[in-house]
Design a protein around this ligand. Structure first.
Ligand SMILES: [Zn+2]
Length: 450
């Protein structure tokens, strides 16, 4: 009987553990979906190995975790460019979200997840809000799973929002939405590779009753939840008009701020909000690209980290990012804070990689299973090859990864012990050029309808 399924040798292993250990010329052995051994030299009883990989010159890191994306927007790149959030939504995501077919959702999922895998991402959190037809969610899930990526599917709801342009077919009572979430959970098998959450889409599309109904469901069924929060000033404009208070005050009052919550964007967090996030264990998904692209602003990330808030990274929908590239997200996350603080040390390359790995693992409730390379954890990792024009020469691998890399540096992506991407080839068998050709044809059909 074989002892290991895959042994990777001669890698510079960045464990991202509490001591930030880097193992030179390290070996990592995988059995099934788990890291079985890590260290220097030979793993015990290594004679019987299914596959070996020589990683000389390369570095091994935990895979990145993209904690916020809207997959359908992968077919909408460039639409609504140069507009702020509400106008941009009404030019791109909302009109196209109304007409996209299940097949288009599936193709969008393959496009987004394949780009993610190719740029070092091993887990993705889909925030799904086009719920006018349950088939759309099914197609998106099918598309994600066909690529081999680890995923969270967040089936969200809107129970108001017409005045901001939310299409009426998206709007539903929260109790009906929770029944749909329960139905999805019955239909799809959940395990460490795939889980289903819910959440309110955004402040201006949710009533106070909606938050309460969702919270009751999540607490009774032990379901995690996520929402867009304080992305722009519109959140509080609506909240003050309807409820006479700040949205974070309202959420705290109804018991919504918990360690099961993943708050997305948080551009306009106040010091008091940060203090309460830390106290209640709320995680933040920081999405720098759309915050810049839509002119929303820059969230207080160093301040949140300093206060002990868990911060993860996300790409957000490709209509407000134009890509699903975590490497680009990491670079932006570092540079924008250095710039606005006028302090190059305010956030380091190592901190950014931690947000993309350990921060993500905690944000999706998998703190003990992902985010660190150590024996006993799930085998999600990437081989980073610095030997490319952009990143050559490599004086500091973490700096090279954050400041001087692109998808060409990702040699191999391993999810749950399986090689899902290696040297330009996807194990799913989905060919990149054929997928792009099919998507271009579908986009022509969409344009006629909008
Ligand atoms: Zn979003």
């Amino acid at each position: 009987m074989k002892t290991y399924d895959l042994v990777i040798r001669n890698a510079e292993i960045h464990t991202m553990d509490d001591q930030n250990r880097v193992i030179d010329h390290g070996t990592l052995a995988i059995k099934g979906d788990t890291i079985a051994w890590i260290g220097q030299g030979e793993p015990p009883e290594c004679a019987k190995t299914e596959r070996e990989m020589d990683a000389a010159g390369m570095a091994l890191f935990p895979g990145f975790i993209d904690t916020h994306i809207h997959i359908f927007q992968s077919l909408l790149k460039g639409l609504g460019a140069d507009h702020r959030l509400i106008e941009w939504l009404n030019l791109s995501a909302l009109p196209y979200g109304r007409i996209m077919t299940p097949n288009q959702h599936k193709l969008a999922a393959q496009l987004a997840c394949m780009e993610a895998l190719k740029s070092g991402c091993t887990s993705i959190c889909e925030f799904f809000y086009t719920n006018q037809d349950a088939e759309l969610a099914h197609a998106c899930i099918e598309g994600m799973q066909s690529t081999g990526i680890r995923s969270v599917f967040i089936r969200v709801f809107q129970d108001t929002g017409e005045e901001y342009g939310m299409p009426t077919e998206f709007i539903e009572p929260a109790d009906r939405a929770m029944r749909e979430v329960a139905a999805l959970k019955k239909q799809f098998h959940e395990d460490d590779m795939f889980t289903i959450w819910t959440g309110p889409d955004v402040t201006w599309s949710t009533t106070k009753q909606g938050y309460q109904t969702m919270l009751e469901y999540c607490q009774s069924e032990h379901v995690r939840y996520s929402m867009h929060l304080k992305e722009t000033e519109v959140d509080n404009e609506m909240c003050f008009r309807y409820y006479g208070k700040d949205i974070v005050d309202l959420l705290e009052e109804i018991g919504f701020l918990t360690d099961q919550m993943l708050a997305v964007h948080c551009v306009n967090l106040t010091p008091d909000d940060i203090r309460r996030f830390a106290a209640h264990g709320v995680s933040i998904s920081h999405n720098p690209a759309p915050n810049l692209y839509l002119g929303s602003g820059i969230p207080p990330i160093p301040e949140s980290l300093k206060s002990g808030v868990n911060v993860a990274l996300g790409t957000d929908g490709a209509a407000s990012n134009n890509s699903t590239d975590m490497l680009e997200t990491m670079k932006l996350a570092a540079l924008i804070q250095k710039g606005i603080h006028r302090d190059a040390s305010v956030i380091t390359a190592g901190q950014v990689i931690r947000m993309a790995t350990r921060g993500g693992a905690k944000a999706i409730g998998m703190e003990g299973k992902l985010g660190i390379l150590e024996a006993g954890r799930k085998a999600d990792m990437i081989l980073f090859d610095p030997c490319h024009l952009k990143s050559c020469p490599n004086h500091d691998t973490e700096a090279a990864m954050v400041y001087a890399s692109s998808e060409e540096n990702i040699d191999t992506t391993i999810v749950n012990g399986k090689i899902v991407y290696r040297k330009g080839v996807f194990a799913s068998g989905i060919a990149e050029t054929e997928l792009c050709r099919r998507i271009e044809a579908e986009v022509q059909k969409m344009k006629v309808l909008v």
